[in-house]
Design a protein around this ligand. Structure first.
Ligand SMILES: Nc1ncnc2c1ncn2[C@@H]1O[C@H](COP(=O)(O)OP(=O)(O)O)[C@@H](O)[C@H]1O
Ligand SMILES: Nc1ccn([C@@H]2O[C@H](COP(=O)(O)O)[C@@H](O)[C@H]2O)c(=O)n1
Length: 539
């Protein structure tokens, strides 16, 4: 999601509801309107996709890079954070996490004080530091998190149903007046920044911003400033500047921002790993010799469908390049249904007794109630979805978009849209996931998708990868070595996996072709089923 739109200044609210009303009892349309007027400063920004954040053993190699930015109110913390994002350019994924989202919930008495500008929002106790630290730690450790949304116009946190789901940052910028106060927070930062700004400038900026964006009056802002903001700045905020690695001026700070971005870029480059060559080692390499590629069928948790003439017949039709699109779709859907039925055998079942129409008891089985969902690896994983919904009509299906970096060949995570039950960590633990991938060659995409599911708290033994086809000499053994409990259900194993150049400009000589010619490398399973997504979706 490119969230640049949400970087626009928030609008001045057009109304102020009675003091006694709290957001939790406001009607939904009002809450929706308020959402537009919140200081939604926690932005999720994406650019070029996220490269692998894990090693060959499947475990995350490095945490996200976390920057803590503190400074007085209106010193320019948010501005600095956004400037850093801008100057980083094509970095993978950045989240700006604002401490403002973590103001505590208030009761009626506190709300009355807040609307009279008599509530101290500048005392450390006004913030839920523990929740801030735990959300930040989740993100740093590559786990999903849910952050509250706060309304400055209401002085209140929006209902929990409005919490924002965040996942998958490579860089996190945490900013807030008390961002450097708490030692637990400080320990999470890789770089600590303090924005130092002249008090007059901060007050002038605050008056302008709070009147324009936070529904305040000039008198109210001044009252609150003299009573709470200034003393808290002197007592709590300014002293934390001693923890900072860099002091950034509150204006004319381009040079400092440039230095910070250069530092981040260097850190990210140091952490970058090339992963793909390990997935499909060349036949002469030591790792190829040590991988028992040829015995896929004997591997635990590798489930190959019984090779009946009927199944082979379907594959023959699908492999045939003369098969019409209509037939291709029909047989893909049929095969997908078989594969999903096979995968269903591995779900937990429990005994169930029913009474038949002739009043006799029959003892059978039923699937144990659990959250079962599908996740397709786009685009071709979508070909298995119709089969899945034929077998489980009300199943929820999410998706992951993984594509190869055309320069490095490494997989990049471009988009994550997971079903609700796995977005939530507690529910994810009990969930079962059918992961749908059309064919598994290098297994780089499936590897990344499994890592995403594990990051969300899904148990490896609850993941069943369903695929039409795997390559015998591809990345399956590496996938299984990293994730031995993940089951793989397929209907065919093909012997060939060949690296090819796609989209290249024709060259005259027979020499090696370079990416500068405009093409990029891809792996093709052979004999294979062709470009399945194209054959299914394009006429
Ligand atoms: N370097 C700067 N130059 C010009 N205006 C700035 C600069 N930094 C911040 N501002 C302005 O000051 C106001 C407060 O800045 P903001 O970044 O929201 O402060 P904070 O996050 O510290 O409360 C905003 O209107 C912003 O546009
Ligand atoms: N309901 C609230 C909550 C907080 N504030 C003020 O916000 C300031 C911190 O936010 P910045 O974006 O300026 O860093 C802080 O000084 C609080 O006084 C508020 O006015 N109302």
């Amino acid at each position: 999601m490119d969230d640049k739109a949400s970087l626009q200044p928030v609008q001045k609210p057009s109304f102020r509801p009675p003091l006694s009303r709290t957001l939790s009892n406001l009607p939904a349309p009002t809450v929706a309107r308020l959402k537009k007027t919140t200081g939604l400063e926690s932005h999720f920004l994406k650019s070029h996709g996220r490269p692998p954040w894990y090693g060959e053993d499947g475990n995350p190699i490095s945490d996200a890079f976390v920057i803590g930015i503190a400074g007085g109110s209106a010193s320019g913390k948010t501005h600095v954070a956004r400037q850093i994002v801008q100057s980083l350019g094509s970095i993978p994924t950045v989240i700006i996490l604002s401490q403002d989202s973590f103001y505590k919930k208030h009761d009626e008495a506190e709300l009355a004080l807040a609307f009279a500008n008599k509530y101290d929002f500048d005392h450390p106790d006004a913030l839920d530091m523990q929740l801030f630290a735990s959300c930040l730690e989740d993100l740093k450790k590559c786990r999903q998190t849910h952050i509250p949304v706060y309304s400055f116009t209401e002085h209140q946190r929006l209902p929990r149903s409005e919490d924002r789901y965040l996942y998958g940052a490579t860089v996190i910028i945490a900013e807030g007046i008390m961002a450097l106060l708490d030692p637990t927070l400080r320990n999470l930062y890789d770089l600590k920044v303090f924005v130092q700004c002249d008090s007059d400038l901060m007050l002038a900026r605050r008056i302008r911003r709070d009147v324009k964006e936070r529904g305040r009056t000039i008198d109210g802002v001044l009252d609150q400033y003299l009573r709470f903001v200034k003393p808290a700045y002197d007592n709590f905020v300014l002293p934390t500047s001693r923890h900072a690695d860099i002091i950034v001026p509150g204006s004319d700070n381009e040079v400092a921002i440039d230095l910070i971005s250069t530092h981040i870029r260097r850190q990210l480059a140091d952490r970058a790993r090339s992963f793909r060559p390990h997935m499909v080692p060349s036949p002469s390499s030591a790792s190829f010799a040590s991988s028992p590629n040829n015995a896929l069928e004997d591997k635990p948790n590798f489930i190959l469908m019984k090779q009946t003439p009927q199944l082979k017949g379907i594959y023959t039709i699908l492999r045939d390049r003369t098969t019409s699109r209509q037939d291709f779709i029909f047989f893909v859907d049929r095969l997908a249904t078989y594969l999903v039925e096979k995968a269903m055998e591995y779900l937990p079942h429990k005994p169930k007794t029913v009474t038949t129409p002739v009043e006799v008891e029959a003892h059978g089985q039923m699937i144990q109630p659990c959250c079962l969902c599908g996740v397709s690896i786009l685009r071709a994983g979508g070909l298995l979805e119709r089969g899945l919904s034929r077998v489980i009509p009300d199943v929820t299906v999410g998706s992951l978009l993984v594509q190869s970096d055309t320069k490095t060949g490494e997989p990049l995570l471009l988009h994550t849209m997971l079903p609700e039950c796995i977005r939530n960590r507690e529910r994810a633990r009990d969930a079962w996931v059918f992961l749908l991938d059309a064919q598994v060659g290098t297994a780089a995409s499936a590897f990344m998708a499994i890592r995403v599911l594990l990051d969300h708290g899904v148990q490896p033994g609850h993941i069943i990868l369903i695929t039409f086809l795997v390559a015998r000499n591809g990345g399956i053994p590496f996938l299984q070595r990293a994730f031995p409990d993940v089951k793989i259900v397929t209907g065919a194993i093909d012997d060939g996996l060949r690296e090819v150049w796609l989209d290249q400009t024709p060259v005259e000589s027979d020499g090696p072709k370079a990416s500068s010619q405009g093409g990029h490398k891809a792996w093709v399973v052979e004999p294979g089923l062709g470009q399945m997504g194209d054959r299914y979706y394009l006429s």
